[in-house]
Design a protein around this ligand. Structure first.
Ligand SMILES: Cc1cc2nc3c(=O)[nH]c(=O)nc-3n(C[C@H](O)[C@H](O)[C@H](O)COP(=O)(O)OP(=O)(O)OC[C@H]3O[C@@H](n4cnc5c(N)ncnc54)[C@H](O)[C@@H]3O)c2cc1C
Ligand code: FES
Ligand code: FES
Length: 479
């Protein structure tokens, strides 16, 4: 069924909007049409968390709650979801939600501008976890900035939450919400609003038919990059195909050779899955934006953006990942190594989309990755490095090193690899490999770092990788 109405659940009701403006942000809709002004606008670019709301979706007959940044979420993507705003937390009898009570009790608010965002980030944490350790609390609020209260009272409020607090008016009403969500689930959307078009197919076959007739249409996944062209660059996007409505592409599976990640899988799901295979990948993803960004953004979007500082890219290149591309007729498999052509340019042709990503499993290899940024949380990399090595009898038999932030595209350090390949790791080899990095890369100066600093960091990360391998006795380093 294809519809020109988007339908979503809010306050136990299904709300329908006919042909909404595909470029309108959810934040704008909440504040100007729903007239709920608890949700604030700070940065309008996903960086401060003031606009955080929670979206609930059906997954395997259960409700999955996710905090997102409404300032960079486009309104039609609300289709099939439940919208939960800060105003909705209070019970009908006026009782504050346990999260709100905790924020009051621990003095988690002063001017109050950031408070609705923190409350929603903590509410989403409460729904997702049953124990609230500091690590989880800090991660949950890492996408929220506060200028006056400071973070300690908010962390204390988070610590005071108990799993019994999960029983609230949302959990008591869950059956009704599931029934409402089932009614609006699985509907394809086609919107025509003045000169703007928006498609949200539910199946890949449908997607291909749309592409065939609309070859110039832009793909939208999490929107954590694309939506900023509307909110920051003030541009219009006239034709959009929303990919994340395609459940068929929201999967992670593996065989004994590789892991395959469907294009619409949120980064947050991948972050948990990959930990078992490549723990350093999870370590980097934990510092990727914020939970709000990772709840929406996808690896496919990260790859297609082709930013030289896209965090997944050097990691995937060093793991020799492949990208599966499709258009309405054909499927093509491309090595990620060959995917990036020049600054933000890729081999993707018009009408071609990323279907999935394959990440080889190297059982014997050592995989290490590092991100250096000005701020620890919610910041873009100055340099990101990934090392994938197989060491047999103290000798490096296989090596793939890739860096982000060192060139116009994420790139392998091929000369450095050449020095290390078939070598024993010792001071002399490390120093030669570090020198080779100067030939591999001529990084630029920009607001994040100078070229000189970047080269120095790249060398130090290589050395750090070797030292850590030694410390863990993964090899006898100074053979
Ligand atoms: C506050 C903030 C913090 C961030 N922090 C980080 C960070 O720490 N590290 C980092 O690497 N990035 C970061 N980003 C950038 C952003 O999150 C990534 O680029 C993200 O991965 C994009 O994925 P998406 O699904 O949101 O893509 P979208 O924004 O939906 O799309 C991005 C691009 O990819 C194209 N595209 C999307 N899906 C497909 C597909 N299936 N096939 C073909 N093309 C497609 C779109 O047309 C568009 O050109 C941050 C962004 C924000 C706003
Ligand atoms: S307004 Fe700052 S994250 Fe949305
Ligand atoms: S309470 Fe003022 S910004 Fe957080």
């Amino acid at each position: 069924m294809t519809s020109s109405f988007i339908s979503f659940v809010h306050k136990d009701q299904i709300i329908e909007i006919k042909n909404p403006n595909p470029n309108e942000t959810l934040l704008n809709y909440i504040r100007t049409k729903l007239k709920k002004t608890g949700t604030k606008e700070g940065c309008a670019e996903g960086g401060c968390g003031a606009c955080t709301v929670v979206l609930a979706e059906l997954k395997n007959n259960e409700i999955n709650y996710k905090a997102i940044n409404s300032c960079i979420t486009l309104l039609p993507t609300l289709q099939g979801k439940q919208l939960i705003l800060v105003e909705d937390l209070i019970s009908k009898d006026g009782t504050l939600h346990p999260v709100q009570e905790a924020m009051v009790k621990y003095h988690g608010s002063q001017c109050g501008f950031c408070t609705p965002g923190f409350v929603m980030a903590l509410f989403s944490m409460l729904k997702k976890y049953s124990k609230f350790k500091d690590e989880i609390i800090k991660d949950s609020i890492s996408g929220n900035l506060c200028r006056c209260t400071g973070y300690q009272p908010i962390i204390k409020a988070g610590r005071s939450l108990k799993s019994k607090n999960k029983i609230d008016h949302f959990s008591k009403n869950i059956k009704n919400t599931i029934n409402l969500l089932k009614k609006i689930n699985n509907k394809s959307i086609k919107i025509y609003n003045n000169d703007k078009k928006y498609f949200a197919p539910v199946y890949v076959q449908e997607l291909k038919k749309i592409i065939k007739k609309n070859i110039d249409t832009l793909f939208l996944s999490g929107g954590t990059d694309l939506s900023l062209s509307i909110t920051k660059e003030r541009k219009d996007i006239n034709s959009i195909i929303y990919m994340n409505s395609i459940r068929e592409l929201n999967y992670i599976k593996n065989n004994n050779k590789y892991i395959e990640v469907g294009a619409t899988t949120p980064l947050i799901d991948f972050e948990y899955y990959i930990k078992k295979y490549y723990p350093d990948f999870t370590k980097i993803l934990k510092r990727y934006g914020s939970p709000q960004i990772r709840n929406a953004g996808t690896i496919a979007g990260n790859i297609a953006t082709a930013s030289p500082i896209g965090d997944c890219l050097p990691l995937l290149i060093s793991l020799n990942a492949q990208v599966i591309l499709q258009d309405y007729k054909k499927t093509k498999i491309v090595l990620l190594d060959n995917f990036f052509i020049s600054y933000r340019k890729t081999v993707l042709k018009k009408g071609q989309f990323i279907h999935s990503i394959r990440i080889p499993l190297f059982e014997k290899n050592i995989f290490k990755a590092y991100k250096v940024s000005k701020r620890f949380d919610d910041d873009i990399s100055s340099v990101c490095a990934a090392f994938n090595l197989e060491i047999i009898k103290n000798k490096i038999e296989v090596i793939r090193i890739a860096y982000g932030g060192m060139a116009a595209i994420p790139k392998r350090a091929k000369l450095c690899e050449k020095i290390l390949l078939n070598s024993f790791i010792n001071d002399e080899t490390i120093n030669k490999a570090k020198e080779a990095l100067e030939k591999d890369f001529k990084p630029i100066n920009d607001m994040r770092a100078s070229g000189l600093y970047r080269i120095e960091v790249a060398k130090n990360l290589l050395e750090k990788c070797c030292v850590e391998i030694k410390q863990k006795n993964l090899i006898g380093l100074y053979a």
